[in-house]
Design a protein around this ligand. Structure first.
Ligand SMILES: Cc1ncc(C[n+]2csc(CCOP(=O)(O)OP(=O)(O)O)c2C)c(N)n1
Ligand SMILES: [Mg+2]
Length: 395
């Protein structure tokens, strides 16, 4: 039987045949059993035959920019946590430890790509140009979203575990149907973030199936932070998560999620696969949730301190700092400058949060449906009367 030719996209409106897609898939291996790592925890750059080419153009200035991202994202996260502790936010979802997975993958995206986060992706939001102040409304309970989802190409946070995989699969199928896939320069892709625990949800399975069946340009980006609240990874799977992709017929790669350079390289590769019509792809970023699940959780009740201590040695920021200073002679004043910028960001976030106005009590009802709804109208009237009763008492 004649072998199909691998698909080489020429026309941006072109679509590969099924045979060409299958041929392409077979040309992509599983990523191997090993973790893809380019920067060791000690800050040494290690070669990687397969992925080096995806970061060959990264200059020292760009590495410094990634370092700055990591530090500022961590500071914004720590401020969010502190603001909750001071009663300024109802809840905060910390990303501590996952900065590299989020910044590496977030910086691999192009402006035209679409991202679907879960609820912990403050670092990806940062890379999409969303100011950390824009995240505060959801956690203070004054807003349902907070940013321009379409303009920033960053979907609202999704609390229902795994649900965004269906939204993302549908969106990526649309990119495929509208022939916005195929050209490596102009092709679009979608990335979907979810956790290790989410992989046990039906929605994620269904998202995998739909994306595979329609060759959707979708990077499933699983941040395996080893815990789903108090449930450890071994309650979710018998096999490494990246290997699950094989069962759906697309490639899976496990990357060191604490290595920003490796996350950038692997995500660039995965997005390129998708852009050129060879999606979907699963990336498992192997990382660790250094803090509790949320500020409502106490991780010391179910995990041992030495596990956390071990992961501290793999810190995502420290390895970049060591690499920059030892290998590239970056001077201390650069690091001090970034710290000063982080202090300013912290101050700005605190001041913004304390000054946030109370939303109009009517607002939570005004954008539920496009057309009037008698049920919502009744709820609005009841709530406004309840609200007014407090004003009367005070007055
Ligand atoms: C459908 C659904 N079930 C249960 C929950 C409660 N819940 C919130 S977070 C969470 C754990 C998710 O763990 P994981 O997918 O690993 O993501 P992580 O929080 O570690 O980033 C659960 C069970 C929920 N929000 N939605
Ligand atoms: Mg998890």
């Amino acid at each position: 039987m004649e072998q199909p030719q691998a698909w080489v996209p020429t026309d941006p409106r072109a679509r590969p045949s099924r045979d060409q897609v299958v041929k392409g898939l077979k040309g992509v291996d599983e990523g191997g059993p090993e973790l893809v790592q380019l920067l060791t925890p000690e800050g040494e750059r290690v070669p990687d035959e397969r992925f080096d080419r995806h970061v060959a153009d990264v200059t020292v200035e760009e590495l410094k920019a990634l370092y700055r991202d990591l530090v500022l994202v961590r500071r914004a996260d720590r401020e969010g946590n502190a603001l909750q502790r001071q009663g300024e936010l109802g809840i905060w979802v910390p990303l501590l430890g996952q900065e590299a997975a989020q910044v590496g993958s977030g910086r691999a995206l192009r402006p035209t790509d679409m991202a679907f986060p879960s609820y912990r992706e403050h670092g990806v939001a940062w890379c999409r140009g969303i100011d950390p102040t824009e995240l505060l409304g959801i956690f203070r309970g004054t807003d349902h979203g907070g940013w321009d989802f379409v303009g920033r190409r960053f979907h609202p946070y999704t609390i229902v575990i795994g649900n965004q995989c269906l939204n993302a699969a549908g969106y990526a199928m649309g990119q495929r149907f509208e022939s916005r896939v195929g050209d490596p320069d102009t092709g679009e892709a979608t990335i979907c973030y979810f956790g290790d625990g989410a992989t046990s949800q039906g929605d994620v399975h269904e998202g995998f199936v739909w994306a595979a069946a329609y060759d959707a340009p979708l990077v499933f980006f699983c941040q395996n932070n080893q815990w789903a609240i108090s449930v450890p990874l071994d309650r979710q799977t018998r096999v490494p998560l990246y290997q699950r992709a094989r069962g759906y017929g697309f490639p899976g790669v496990r990357v060191d999620g604490n290595d920003v350079l490796a996350c950038l390289a692997v995500t660039r590769w995965a997005l390129e696969e998708c852009r050129t019509g060879n999606g979907p792809v699963l990336v498992e970023a192997f990382t660790y949730r250094m803090d509790s699940h949320t500020t409502s959780d106490d991780a010391t009740r179910y995990r041992l301190a030495d596990e956390v201590e071990l992961w501290k040695l793999k810190d995502p920021i420290e390895r970049v700092r060591v690499h920059l200073s030892r290998r590239h002679g970056v001077e201390p004043d650069f690091f001090e400058g970034v710290d000063a910028e982080a202090d300013e960001l912290g101050e700005r976030l605190r001041a913004f949060c304390r000054a946030m106005p109370q939303p109009d009590p009517e607002r939570m009802f005004s954008e539920v449906y496009a057309a009037a709804s008698p049920q919502v109208d009744a709820q609005r009237a009841e709530y406004l009367a309840y609200h007014a009763s407090f004003v009367d008492e005070e007055g």
